[in-house]
Write a protein that binds this ligand. Structure first.
Ligand code: AMP
Ligand code: ZN
Length: 480
């Protein structure tokens, strides 16, 4: 038997694809920066959630489901949260609870597994304060005007992750340097709270009540749940500087360790129809909005067609292609009698593709090959195909349920198929007679039964030909 491929991951820290070796194969540990909860998460936020869910699934496959600890935090203390709560006139806690709940609903629809631990910043204030006191004690941080600040020049390794020189970073930091900073690069660990802002008793003898800066929360939560040094740290590429650089500075200086995490992984950025996503351009898309039109499976599949380190251009066209692929697969899967369940192993080709720095486009190409085999083969092929798809978090039983071609329904329920054909004919007649109201009413009736109509022009006669498909299994149940 050929030897199994090892897991290789691209490490931002070394700028190389490296062999992944966990510190403890019985407890592989991963931390990923989670959302700041003040509004619906956008489709860019969904990218790290989906990408690291695939890595979580792969690690569980390799090391065993009980031997992986995945921590993804929730940032529930932040200036944007304060501002939004004030705008809406609601208590901060109400806003963060509501938004966290929406986030969970959205990503569950995308087929994302819950992480092992989902710590919240506000529940780790004590750990953050202890870390800040440690940093002041060992000379890497100082107190000034009710703030605690990390002193960047105290630590020569600063800038190694983002590969920036001190000069470059200083040039970036020079805008509006607060007067109490010893160095323009120094960053906030703790700051005083204004009236109405969330506040806690401060560390380091600071009299005024205050709240943490953003970066310290991840260092404190990673320490508490994963230890001083752990295996993988992930997030979007925008977090490399300054967030992750600062996390590393805090954790390594507090713990005096050679690394914080051994492998740093970053997903590329997502843009929409060729443009940066922004509220002002009006192209800001939330997961919640997308789910009104597309299934979670389609959104997830569409995300995974691009390698996680590449930038991704999120377009309607590619969503349509993703939908078409899943519809085709659903038909194949139903036709060849696949019934994914326990006991089937994913194909080695798909596993190997994922082990090569999460090459999801290659894994999907392999799924296409498996689909071909399933088409011409026994149900066992279809089941192996489904088990392989599951590694990417795709559920073949959902493709099967979501669409059936007219021909499949003819075979399984000829009476219902006849009723549908009659309605489709009645609609065509109404439209020919220019009774569009009636035509639309019939189309709506069919839609309520889960039937999707497709009108196209016959290229020879110029006549409109209407074909139909069953979009979901449940509405047709209702029609029976
Ligand atoms: P935030 O809530 O802005 O802190 O972001 C949460 C996560 O989403 C972080 O890992 C970000 O790097 C990631 N993220 C935000 N915007 C995008 C985007 N347009 N494309 C890819 N990842 C993003
Ligand atoms: Zn973080």
């Amino acid at each position: 038997m050929a030897e199994a491929h090892p897991l290789m991951l691209y490490n931002t820290l070394t700028r190389k694809k490296e062999l992944f070796e966990p510190l403890d194969p019985l407890n592989v540990r991963m931390y990923v920066c989670g959302p700041t909860v003040y509004d619906y998460a956008h489709i860019g936020n969904a990218r790290p959630v989906i990408v690291f869910d695939v890595l979580f699934r792969l690690l569980r496959h390799i090391y065993g489901a009980d031997h992986v600890t995945y921590v993804r935090n929730i940032t529930d203390v932040d200036d944007k949260i304060n501002a939004r709560a004030a705008e809406e006139g609601v208590p901060i806690r109400e806003l963060t609870e509501r938004t966290a709940k929406q986030f969970h609903e959205d990503i569950a629809a995308l087929g994302v597994l819950p992480p092992t631990i989902e710590p919240r910043a506000t529940e780790h204030i004590g750990e953050m304060k202890a870390m800040i006191e440690q940093l002041v004690k060992n000379g890497h941080a100082y107190v000034a005007e009710d703030h605690a600040l990390f002193n960047v020049p105290s630590w020569p390794d600063y800038g190694k992750l983002s590969n920036r020189s001190l000069e470059e970073m200083e040039a970036g930091a020079r805008v509006e340097v607060a007067p109490y900073k010893k160095d323009p690069m120094d960053f906030v660990l703790w700051k005083p709270s204004k009236k109405g802002e969330p506040s806690w008793p401060s560390p380091c003898g600071i009299k005024k009540r205050g709240r943490p800066g953003w970066h310290i929360e991840c260092s404190a939560m990673a320490e508490k749940h994963l230890g001083n040094v752990f295996d993988i740290h992930g997030g979007g590429i925008d977090l490399v500087f300054p967030h992750h650089e600062n996390e590393i500075a805090q954790s390594r200086c507090a713990h005096d360790t050679p690394v914080m995490a051994r492998y740093w992984l970053h997903n590329g950025f997502l843009q929409v129809e060729g443009q940066k996503m922004s509220k002002s351009l009006g192209n800001f898309i939330t997961i919640h909005d997308l789910l009104q039109e597309w299934s979670g499976e389609e959104i997830r599949f569409n995300m995974l067609r691009t390698h996680y380190r590449q930038p991704i251009d999120w377009t309607r066209k590619s969503l349509e292609e993703s939908r078409a692929t899943l519809e085709r697969w659903g038909e194949t899967y139903a036709n060849c009698g696949g019934s994914a369940g326990a006991g089937w192993l994913p194909s080695a080709d798909v596993i190997d593709a994922l082990k090569d720095d999460l090459n999801t486009p290659l894994a999907i190409a392999k799924l296409h090959e498996l689909a071909k085999e399933a088409k011409g083969g026994a149900a066992a092929f279809a089941n192996q195909w489904a088990a392989s798809a599951e590694l990417l978090g795709l559920d073949a039983n959902r493709w099967r349920g979501r669409l059936m071609s007219a021909s499949v329904l003819e075979a399984t329920d000829p009476d219902l198929a006849q009723r549908i054909r009659n309605l489709v004919d009645a609609r065509s007649k109404a439209r020919k007679a220019k009774d569009f109201k009636k035509g639309d009413r019939i189309r709506d009736e069919l839609a309520a039964m889960g039937i999707a109509l497709k009108d196209s022009k016959d290229p020879e006669t110029g006549e409109i030909v209407t074909t139909w498909e069953v979009r979901a299994s449940s509405p047709t149940e209702a029609a029976r």
